[in-house]
Design a protein around this ligand. Structure first.
Ligand SMILES: Cc1cc2nc3c(=O)[nH]c(=O)nc-3n(C[C@H](O)[C@H](O)[C@H](O)COP(=O)(O)OP(=O)(O)OC[C@H]3O[C@@H](n4cnc5c(N)ncnc54)[C@H](O)[C@@H]3O)c2cc1C
Length: 546
C-alpha cells in the first residue's frame, strides 16, 4: 500500500496496546528518541537494563574512560536552552562528566517518568494480528506496543575473552564495561590488563599512575595518537557557545560528523617536507584530526597509508626508550586508521616505567587464567587484580542478545548470521514496525550528531504513520537488498575492509563472528542523509505502509 492509499484509512491508534512505542535503551540515542516521541504526544516507554540513564557513560566507569570526540561537538544540539545552560569542563570529557550531562538532560526534560530501569528486554515478537510488538523482559514481565524502537548501542554487548579458567581467579577481576561503582584501589597491587584497544589504552595509562606493578597482555598493538586534552575556562566556554551554530553546521558537513574535515589534498601532491610538517601539526593538535582531517587518500591508497603509518611508527620509537618494546608496540598487521584510532595521554611513556611489563601474547599466548593469575606459554604471573579490556560484540551484538522475531517467527539473529541486511540501517524487511536508531549499516560517526539525525528520521516516520492511521510499516525485500548492496559498494577500496576489527564484525571471543563483514555505511554522513531524505521526499513510497 502506498502512503497516500494508507492516508485514506485514518484508523485511530490502538488504545488496547500498553504503549504506542517501546524504546529499548536509555543512552544518548534512547533519551533523545523518548523526547521526540513525547513531542508527538505518543505514549512511549523506555526499557533499560541499567539502573540509570547514560548507556555507554553509565556502564563504562573504568579508570581513564573518556570520549575522543570534542565535548562541544558531542552534546545534544536540539535544545537551545540546554546549550545555554551546560558548561563543558574539558575539551574531551571523562565518563563522570558525560554521565552527569546525560543525567542533567534526563532531569531537565523530565524523561525518567517514562523510563523503566533494571528492565532487560529478553525477547520481542511481532504480532501480525494486532500489528504490534510483544516485548518480554528478563524477569518475565510482558508489554506490547505498536512500534519497537531499538536504541541498544553499537558498543554495549561486552565480551569476555575465551580463555579457560576465567572463573577460577581468586583475586578481583572485572571487564571494563562492567566496572564497579565503588572506587577500585591499585595502590601497591599487582594488576593485569588484558586487551589494548581504545579502552585498554585509556585504562593502562590511568592504572600505571598508581604505584604497584602493571602487566599488559597485548595481542594487537594499535596506532594511537595524542588526545591533547585540556580544561575549558568560563571565557572559552562562552566563545564555544557563541559558535555552536557553526560547530554543528560543520559537523553536518564532514564525513563522520566530527569537527575534523578531510584535507582535500592527496599525500603525494605535497613535498615530503610539507607532508612531514602537516603531520607534525596534526600530531600536535587535539582530537581526531590526524585520522579524520588527514590527506584524502590515507585510508584508500596503500602507499599513502604506509607513509602515515611510518610517521606514527617513528613517533612510537621516539617515545618508547627500549627499542624492543617499541617494536612490539608498532602495529604490523594493519595500517594507520584502518582500525579505530585510540587517542592517548601518555600511553607510550607508560612502557618506560620500571613497574610496567608488556607481554606479547602472539609470541607467548595465554594458556589459562589460574586461581592466582595468568599462565602464558612461557611463564606464570601472579596478580591481585585482572582487568579485561576485551571490548564488545560490536554493532549487531546487542541485537543478537535479544530473541527478536518478525513475521512468521523469523529470527533476526538468524537472518543476520552472514551479516546485517537493513534498509537505511533503520528498517528490516520481515520485521514490521521495528525501527533502529543507529542500527547496522547506518551512517555512524560522532555519535550524538548521527543519533539525533537517526531519531529525527524515525520520529518523522512514526509521526507520518500516526497522522494517517498507518499501523504497519515494513521495508521491502528489494529495498533492503538494494541498501545492503549500496553499503557494500561504499566500502569498496577502503583499506579497513582488509583488516580484522570490530568495524569489520570480527570478534574472536564470539562464535560466528570470525568472518569479515561490512557493518556500517561508508559513504559518509552527508550522503547517508541524502538517501534518507530522498525516502521522505518520496512520501515513503519505498516502504510498505498499511
Ligand atoms: C569506551 C567508549 C568510548 C567511546 N567514545 C566515543 C567517542 O569518543 N565518540 C563517539 O562518538 N562515540 C564514542 N563511543 C560510542 C558510544 O557508544 C556512543 O557515543 C553513544 O554513547 C552510544 O549511545 P547509544 O544510546 O546509541 O548506545 P549506548 O550508550 O550503548 O546505550 C544503549 C543502552 O541500551 C541498553 N540495552 C542494550 N540492550 C538492552 C536490552 N536487551 N534491554 C534493555 N536495555 C538494553 C544498555 O544497557 C545501554 O544503556 C564510545 C563507546 C565506548 C564504549
Amino acid at each position: 500500500m502506498t502512503g497516500s492509499q494508507a492516508a485514506a484509512l485514518k484508523a485511530e491508534p490502538d488504545s488496547a496496546l500498553d504503549f504506542d512505542a517501546i524504546i529499548i535503551g536509555a543512552g544518548v540515542s534512547g533519551l533523545y528518541q523518548l523526547y521526540k516521541l513525547r513531542e508527538l504526544g505518543l505514549r512511549a516507554r523506555v526499557f533499560e537494563a541499567g539502573t540509570n540513564v547514560g548507556g555507554t557513560w553509565y556502564w563504562n566507569r573504568y579508570p581513564g574512560a573518556r570520549f575522543d570526540s570534542e565535548s562541544w561537538t558531542y552534546g545534544y544540539s536540539f535544545s537551545q536552552e540546554l546549550l545555554e545552560e551546560w558548561d563543558w569542563e574539558e575539551h574531551f570529557a571523562g565518563q563522570p562528566e558525560t554521565e552527569r550531562y546525560l543525567n542533567y538532560v534526563a532531569d531537565k526534560f523530565d524523561l525518567r517518568r517514562d523510563i523503566q530501569f533494571k528492565s532487560r528486554v529478553a525477547a520481542a515478537r511481532y504480532n501480525e494480528e494486532t500489528r504490534s510488538w510483544d516485548v518480554a523482559l528478563e524477569d518475565g514481565r510482558t508489554y506490547n506496543a505498536r512500534f519497537l524502537v531499538t536504541a541498544i548501542g553499537v558498543l554495549s554487548a561486552a565480551t569476555m575473552p575465551r580463555i579457560p579458567g576465567v572463573e577460577t581467579f581468586r583475586g578481583q577481576s572485572c571487564h571494563t564495561h562492567y566496572w564497579p561503582k565503588e572506587p577500585v584501589s591499585f595502590e601497591g597491587k599487582r594488576v593485569a590488563v588484558i586487551g589494548t584497544g581504545a579502552t585498554g589504552v585509556q585504562t593502562i595509562t590511568e592504572v600505571a599512575k598508581t604505584p604497584g606493578h602493571l602487566t599488559v597482555f597485548q595481542r594487537t598493538p594499535q596506532w594511537c595518537a595524542p588526545l591533547h586534552n585540556a580544561k575549558i575556562g568560563k571565557e572559552e566556554m562562552n566563545r564555544i557557545r557563541g559558535n555552536y551554530p557553526e560547530i554543528f553546521e560543520r559537523c553536518q558537513n564532514t564525513y563522520g560528523c566530527f569537527i575534523h574535515a578531510t584535507d582535500p589534498r592527496a599525500t603525494h601532491e605535497v613535498s615530503p617536507e610539507e607532508r612531514e610538517a602537516f603531520w607534525e601539526k596534526l600530531y600536535g593538535e587535539p582530537g581526531f584530526g590526524i585520522w579524520m582531517g588527514n590527506f584524502r587518500d590515507i585510508l584508500v591508497d596503500r602507499k599513502a597509508n604506509a607513509l602515515i603509518s611510518d610517521f606514527l611508527a617513528r613517533k612510537i620509537r621516539q617515545r618508547v626508550r627500549d627499542p624492543a618494546v617499541a617494536e612490539k608496540l608498532i602495529p604490523k598487521n594493519h595500517g594507520f586508521g584502518t582500525r579505530r584510532v585510540p587517542l592517548e595521554s601518555g600511553y607510550f611513556e607508560v612502557y618506560n616505567q620500571p613497574n610496567v611489563k608488556l607481554v606479547d601474547i602472539k609470541e607467548t599466548p595465554i594458556e589459562r587464567i589460574t586461581p592466582t593469575g595468568v599462565k602464558t606459554s612461557d611463564a606464570e604471573y601472579e596478580f591481585d587484580i585482572i582487568i579485561y579490556a576485551t571490548g564488545f560484540d560490536a554493532i549487531t551484538g546487542a541485537f543478537d542478545r535479544i530473541d527478536i522475531r518478525g513475521v512468521d517467527g523469523e529470527s533476526l539473529k538468524e537472518k543476520w548470521k552472514d551479516g546485517p541486511q537493513t534498509f537505511l540501517g533503520i528498517l528490516v524487511d520481515g520485521f514490521p514496525n521495528m525501527l533502529m536508531v543507529m542500527g547496522p549499516h547506518a551512517g555512524l560517526g560522532n555519535f550524538p550528531r548521527a543519533a539525533e539525525y537517526s531519531a529525527d528520521w524515525v520520529t518523522g516516520l512514526i509521526g507520518f504513520a500516526h497522522d494517517r492511521g498507518v499501523t504497519r510499516i515494513e521495508a521491502t525485500g528489494e529495498g533492503a537488498s538494494a541498501w545492503t548492496d549500496h553499503v557494500l559498494a561504499t566500502s569498496e577500496g577502503l583499506l579497513f575492509t582488509e583488516v580484522d576489527s570490530w568495524m569489520t564484525g570480527i570478534n574472536r571471543n564470539v562464535e560466528g563472528k570470525q568472518v569479515r563483514r561490512i557493518m556500517r555505511y561508508s559513504g559518509g554522513h552527508p550522503a547517508f542523509r541524502e538517501h534518507c531524505e530522498a525516502v521522505v521526499t518520496n512520501g515513503y513510497r519505498e516502504l510498505m505502509l498499511g
